[in-house]
Design a protein around this ligand. Structure first.
Ligand code: UDX
Ligand code: UDX
Length: 426
């Protein structure tokens, strides 16, 4: 099949590469010429394990190419994937302007039947809107179908998730489009769930919101553990072994971030509200998550006292390990608050970069930790777990560790002479 992927961000690039792996010919289209130039030269402009090797392979074999030319790309491809961003607007709603622009462009250049697949995360009813937007801009009335096919990729493991999905959701009311989608995904062994477009759209929001809820729930239990001096890890393990609950997304910490959970949960709340439905549990979970970095900071200042002029080492900037994405990262909230409290902030991350003048970023953990009053772990990069902490203790001014991701073993750290605090473990 000939596939056009519109929007070559994290999701679009990953999808383009797995379609190449499946033997299809793929064109990537984006409005950002710098991104296209980088990708066409085989260089991934963001950090995501495993993708650059595939990019080089498929550029070399000419199975993949990048363009900004809609007219040509529309002529050559019959399945079009919309993967453009749907950022959060000021009031929480999903900003659909990029999706609308894309739909308008598709309509303008359509010369034959196309299946337009929406992968961008969009509110319920957007498939219908995309259909209208395409029709509005069509010069000649040519039939087409719009399908909702949400993505469930996690950054850091996007390639694995795209190659081994646990389900594929196809939302369409067209038999013709459904046949094409089934043909496209025929080599996947996971269940393919056929639904209405609206149900497919809601499945994506409900899935992300449920995972976000799970995190907020364990973070709330962690706060209670703090007062009782119980290690929340034992609670996560104890409840996660119940198959009805499951062990994943029960890691307490400084809260969830990233380009998806915060925006998707808010978009769901906004659209439910517009339909006169209050999603109270979800609302509370957002409030808890927004407060979680500050909860941890309060813990830090209650132990260290005033942090003004204290030297603090922050390990990790990205919202999770194995990505350079800092969108909505709780680490940034912690860094900003430390700067506000006039602490001296030294920062490290293996791949992400901080854009704050007052926080100095170092290339090694040793330099970052050297001569500091405390270490705050904000991202659970494996590198931090495997550090020679005995040696780190020797170069610190005071032996305080505040582990915002509960990634180190409290007892081991105490044996090494550290004064250790996690979230939900005193
Ligand atoms: C995006 C959406 O934000 C998310 O809701 C959805 O689930 C999947 O797609 P992501 O890939 O992380 O997620 O977004 P981003 O990395 O911002 O990439 C979007 C790309 O679309 C960018 O490269 C941007 O330049 C491009 N774009 C944007 C277009 O090509 N056309 C536009 O009109 C707008
Ligand atoms: C998420 C969804 O998992 C994915 O299915 C969807 O397509 C996009 O949004 P992503 O944002 O890449 O993926 O990362 P994820 O692994 O879900 O983590 C999100 C945030 O939750 C991170 O900040 C992470 O640190 C935090 N988290 C995750 C916890 O605090 N505790 C956990 O137990 C799990």
């Amino acid at each position: 099949m000939n596939i056009l992927v519109i929007g070559t961000g994290y999701v679009g690039t990953t999808m383009a590469l797995i379609f190449c792996e499946m033997g299809h010919k793929v064109t990537g289209l984006d409005v950002d010429q710098d991104k296209l130039t980088s990708l066409q030269s085989g260089r991934l402009y963001f950090y995501e394990p495993g993708l650059e090797e595939l990019l080089k392979k498929h550029i070399q074999s000419s199975q993949l190419r990048f363009t900004h030319d809609y007219a040509q790309a529309m002529k050559e491809n019959s399945i079009l994937f919309i993967c453009v961003g749907t950022p959060m607007g000021e009031d929480g709603r999903a900003d659909l302007s990029y999706v609308k622009n894309t739909a308008n462009e598709i309509g303008k250049y359509m010369k034959s039947y196309k299946v337009i697949v929406d992968k961008s995360t969009v509110p319920v009813g957007t498939t219908e809107k995309v259909t209208e937007w395409i029709q509005e801009s069509q010069v000649v009335k040519i039939p087409f179908d719009v399908v909702s096919n949400p993505e469930f990729l996690r950054e850091g493991t996007a390639l694995h998730d795209a190659l081994h999905p646990n389900r594929i959701v196809v939302g369409t009311s067209s038999e013709k489009a459904l046949k094409i989608m089934n043909q496209l995904y025929k080599d996947f062994s996971c269940p393919i769930l056929e639904t209405s477009p609206k149900a497919a759209e809601l499945i994506k929001y409900a899935a992300n919101s449920f995972l976000a809820l799970k995190i907020s729930y364990i973070n709330e239990i962690a706060r209670y553990c703090d007062t009782l001096c119980i290690n929340v890890h034992d609670i996560s393990k104890g409840i996660g072994l119940d198959e009805r609950i499951g062990p994943q997304f029960l890691k307490a910490g400084i809260g969830y971030g990233g380009s998806c959970f915060p925006k998707d949960v808010n978009a769901l709340l906004y659209s439910a509200n517009k339909n006169n439905i209050n999603l109270d549990v979800l609302e509370t979970s957002v409030r808890l998550n927004e407060a979680q970095p500050f909860y941890f900071l309060d813990k830090i200042t209650s132990i260290l006292g005033d942090v003004k002029n204290k030297k603090m080492a922050v390990l990790g900037i990205s919202f999770k390990p194995e990505t350079d994405d800092i969108r909505e990262s709780p680490a940034i909230k912690i860094i900003d608050q430390l700067l506000k409290l006039e602490a001296t902030v030294k920062v490290h991350d293996p791949v992400a970069h901080i854009n704050r003048d007052k926080a100095q970023q170092y290339s090694t953990v040793e330099e970052t930790i050297d001569d500091t009053d405390a270490v705050i772990i904000c991202t659970d990069w494996a590198q931090y777990k495997n550090l020679n902490w005995r040696e780190m203790n020797k170069i610190m001014r005071s032996p305080y560790i505040f582990d915002g991701r509960n990634m180190l073993h409290p007892e081991e750290m105490k044996q090494l002479g550290f004064i250790y605090y996690g979230v939900g473990c005193c």
